[in-house]
Design a protein around this ligand. Structure first.
Ligand code: CA
Length: 221
């Protein structure tokens, strides 16, 4: 999934970015409030991790303006340890969760996972389609109860399609989720990931909608 990280402290940001990337998320990082606002206006993110004390524009103001504009991107705010008032204000302004600094990196990662799941209305950490199962907690995929290995970006592609089951995901959307602002390696990489998934699972798991994108159809029971 694609996450916007807004944090002006380099050491903390580096640690957060590394932890989230180990969980197969793509992280785009900005260091001040105004850049955060621009990024959120221009791009779609699955989640924003927002520090409150930021240069140029306070995190609280970024959050307020985001919600006023009707944007529902899930937001996890990072607050100071004893700033209870900050947390209350943040939640009232539409933050979905908060963590007080200093926090445990595993907890941050778990909360991010839960927020993304909730926003996609998936209560279960295991995403399923027939005999294909993807466990977002252990980052493993099973086909017919057997563990299969997928390269990281193919895994992410499968996760996005399973999270948005029943909806067509455009190639541009997929590529933005996997690469964010980094230019993708080659224009046909998405096709490569799709074919890797098909080879390891079923050929008919993912349908290509020519010229539009890809879909995993909702299961008919
Ligand atoms: Ca700060």
């Amino acid at each position: 999934m694609r996450i916007l990280l807004v944090e002006d402290e380099y050491l903390i940001a580096d640690a957060i970015k590394a932890s989230l990337e180990r969980q197969a998320h793509h992280v785009d990082w900005v260091k001040d409030g105004r850049s955060a606002q621009d990024a959120l206006a221009a791009d779609r993110f699955d989640l924003t991790v927002l520090d409150l004390g930021l240069p140029h524009k306070d995190g609280m103001d970024v959050l307020r303006d985001l919600r006023r504009s009707g944007d529902k991107t899930p937001v996890l705010i990072l607050t100071a340890r004893d700033a209870v008032q900050n947390r209350i204000e943040g939640l009232d302004l539409g933050a979905d969760d908060y963590l007080a600094k200093p926090f445990d990196m595993d907890e941050l990662v778990a909360r991010c996972r839960a927020l993304i799941r909730r926003s996609n209305q998936n209560a279960d950490p295991v995403l399923k389609h027939g005999d294909v199962e993807l466990d977002t907690a252990s980052q493993s995929v099973r086909y017919k109860s057997q563990k299969i290995e997928l390269p990281p970006l193919a895994y992410q592609t499968l996760q996005v399609l399973l999270e948005r089951q029943g909806r067509v995901v455009s190639k541009n959307d997929l590529s933005a989720t996997l690469y964010g602002w980094e230019p993708e390696a080659e224009s046909n990489v998405i096709e490569v990931y799709i074919s890797q998934i098909r080879k390891k699972t079923r050929n008919d798991l993912i349908r290509t909608i020519r010229g539009v994108g890809y879909i995993i159809d909702t299961e008919t029971v």
